[in-house]
Structure formats: structure tokens, C-alpha cells
Design a binder for this molecule. Sequence first.
Ligand SMILES: NC(=[NH2+])NCCC[C@H](N)C(=O)O
Ligand SMILES: [Mn+2]
Ligand SMILES: [Mn+2]
Length: 299
Amino acid sequence: MSQPSISIIRVPFGLGAGRPGSENGPDSIMKFGLAKKLAGLGYDVQADSSIRLPDGIRSPAGAKMKHVQEVLAVSGLLGEAVSKAVAGGRVPLILGGDHSIAIGSLAGLTRHYGKMGVIWVDAHSDLNTESTSPSGNMHGISLAVGLGLSHIKLKDIVEGAASIQAENCVIIGARDLDRDEKELIRSCGLTCFTMHEIDRVGIEKVVREALQIAGAGTDGVHLSFDVDSVDPIEAPGTGTPVRGGLSYREAHLLLELLSESGRITSADFVEVNPLLDRNNQTSKLAVELIGSLFGSRIL
Ligand SMILES: NC(=[NH2+])NCCC[C@H](N)C(=O)O
Ligand SMILES: [Mn+2]
Ligand SMILES: [Mn+2]
């Protein structure tokens, strides 16, 4: 069987984060050879799509959550682009940008996948809401929006979109959770494999269980990969780094196992911030990790 084709969708948008720079992530990842890498793995790659914030959109100053209008505008455009890729039989590979862009990805995907699993790989859980966010940064609420726990609803972003279900959702790599996020994780029915579980049982077992949770009885599995899941020693170029993350090999093995499963139908790679990077280490790592997701192997 021939490889599916991939639509790379660039989202140079960083207003959902607290510090500037992640808007330069997509161009940097492309510059370090992503399209060539995927073509070398045998894929037909479409890489001309880029989602830009339309002129003239500005949220009122002083609101608790920052840049809501900008996030909604980008989410709508991204959602339609993702939806178009899926309708055309292509695998959407979305390059952020900050993690608020996952709102647009999920909106576009759930128009097509009636029961979609989500694997959220992140140092954080992004489960704050308008009422609990300590920072007002939209990248900290994107998973809550996906689950239908925010005032912002996916169905208002893309027609025909719907919330994902907590029981098909799993977080991997968490180590920096706010108080209300912890409470929500305990009560809402999603599974969170923190770094503690990864240390105890190993990343292989965690990924197998994650695939069970996100993959059983679902018609698609979306991977949302926040590069801050990886330890800052390997991935320093990100806006909210947290010590104690995935090692270089744990991150690769996770993606190799997801690749082997054949279940991943779309992916986001977000929070690469070239302004904070050291010798482009994080952009280069992102290219490698995406390679592992799409079948690159050591031998
Ligand atoms: N996608 C991210 N890097 N999110 C960081 C979120 C940090 C913090 N929990 C907040 O709500 O602001
Ligand atoms: Mn995140
Ligand atoms: Mn994060």
C-alpha cells in the first residue's frame, strides 16, 4: 500500500503564549528540512498551507484572558484548513505556534471523526478555564476547550465540530499542574500519565496504555505534541520549560511506538520558540521527532 499523503499546515501564531517567539516555530522547523525528511520516508507532502491572523483583529485590552479574538480567528481558519485536508484524504500535520492552536485543530478534526481519541503530550495539562487560569494565556486552556469545559465551544469555531470525550483522552509527560487542573483531572475521567508514572513503569508501557485509552472504539486518534514535554536539556527553545521531562530517547520511543501502532490520524507539534533556542537545537529536534512519528527508524 502506498503511504498516505501529508498536508503540513503552518500556524505562525504565538499570541496564546506569555512570551513572543513561537510564531517563528513553523518557519524554523521547515528550514531544518521537515518536508525533505518526510519526502525521504516516501510520503507525498503538501507544504504550502499557512494560516495567518487576518488584519484588524484585536481583543479589547484588560480582559482576563488575553488575545481571545485573535485565537478564535486563527482557530476558525485552521479548523477549515484541517477539515479540508481530512476531506481530501490527507493526514494533517499542524506546526505551531503556541498550544492554543490545538483548538483549531480539534475543531477541524471533530467535524470528521465522530469519536476521536486524543493523546496530549505535554509538561502541562492545558486544562485551565477562563475562571481558573492563573496567567490569562490561552495556550493554558486549549485542552479544556477541546473537552467542552470552557465558554469557548468547538462547534462555534467550525460548523459540525463537537467536543472530545474525556474517556478517550490521555495526557503524557505532565509535571507542572495548577491546583484546579489537578482537581479537574481527578474528577473528569481523563487519564494523566505524569512523569512519575513514566519513571515508575517506563514510557513503553505508558504509550501502550495510552493507545488503548485513545484508540479503543474511536475512529481517529489525534496527537498533540507540546515540545515542552521534552526535558529542557534537549528542548530549551520553548516558552514554559519545566525540568524533569522526557529524555531524548523517551520522546523518540514514544513517537516510534505511536508510529508502529498505525493509529495516529493527525498531529500538532507546538511551542517551538526559536527566540529562546540554543543553536536551533529544539527546531532540529522537532524535525527528528516528527520523522519518528512518520516511520523513521534507527535501523
Ligand atoms: N501550552 C503550554 N505551554 N501551556 C502552559 C500553561 C501554563 C499554566 N498552566 C497556564 O495556564 O498559564
Ligand atoms: Mn501545552
Ligand atoms: Mn506545555
